[in-house]
Design a protein. Sequence first.
Length: 366
Amino acid sequence: EKGGYEHFMLKEIHEQPNAIRDTYRGRLLANEGIIRMAGIDDNLEKFLNANRIIIVACGTSWHAGLVAEYIFEDLARIPVEVEYASEFRYRNPVITDKDVVIAISQSGETADTLAAIKLAKSKGAFVFGVCNVVGSTIARETNAGAYTHAGPEIGVASTKAFTTQITVLTLIALKLAKANGSMSKTVFHSHLQELELIPDKVKEALKADKHIKEVAHIYKDAKNCLYLGRGYNFPVALEGALKLKEISYIHAEGYPAAEMKHGPIALIDDQMPVFVIATKKGHYEKVVSNIQEIKSRSGKIIGIVTKGDIDVKKVADHVIEVPETIESLTPLLTTIPLQLLSYHIAVMLDKNVDQPRNLAKSVTVE
Ligand code: F6R
């Protein structure tokens, strides 16, 4: 059942090229220049007339929501707010029938997300679900939705659910960008073509596994780790840190790289590994200067870089390469090495990778 892999998590990490392809199959018609999604087509006016989109989710799904915020605002010019479902529901939020709420949940059973949906519906908002489990409670409670089609995710630490959630949300954002005129036909087409290349690029990113394992070996005994990224890759830094915490029990924090100097930089010494996402597009030069700030305080730097990178390589202790793509799609690639890294560290520390202590696959308590 683990398909020859030692753990479900590793199997699911390696399933991502196919899972992403399954997610856009029948939806992304690159040659025709169309994105077909019934749940959006049938409710297009609601999305186009929305004052804003509010995304509610928990954990890794919330991180996918944060990536979506960048995508929706950048590509479709629609204002987005991303909320922890558990906070949203208890703070008397301002919601009207002009709001569209997108609820993201792998299991479709998360109690706080479900409660947030019920609240939003009671205020008249249109609620759209992005779930993986077909027929789940959230899939049934929402007004419309789109499944991720990632296949069953057994490992408690979410991997393929995350990248397929981002894929679905990218499809939605692109569709709305085209429909509301924020994106030209040419740019739309080039995005579709780039998205179609992602499964092969994920496959290529997975090939760094051996090198990632070596890096994991060097840092497995760290007590604390920092993860930094900017823009589209800031949520990836949060997700990288969460993956490490969950399965290896090493304390880790994700931060926007530029926020370092407002506090966390005080933590940096030669015992602190800092994983920095520094891909070619997206504030590259700024991130390189953030890396220099860490270097001058003796921090250990592991850069997640674009293939062929030169500048980060000069200053980092290690680099892990991912293929080049357009900025909005980089999270689908930069996430991969961080998943593998957490996996290998947890295995080396002899932790229960698929069923970490204190965690459950679906959190049905509030
Ligand atoms: C992280 C993880 C959790 C879930 C969170 C939401 O690896 O598994 O943080 O992402 O509990 O779960 P869903 O997406 O099922 O609502």
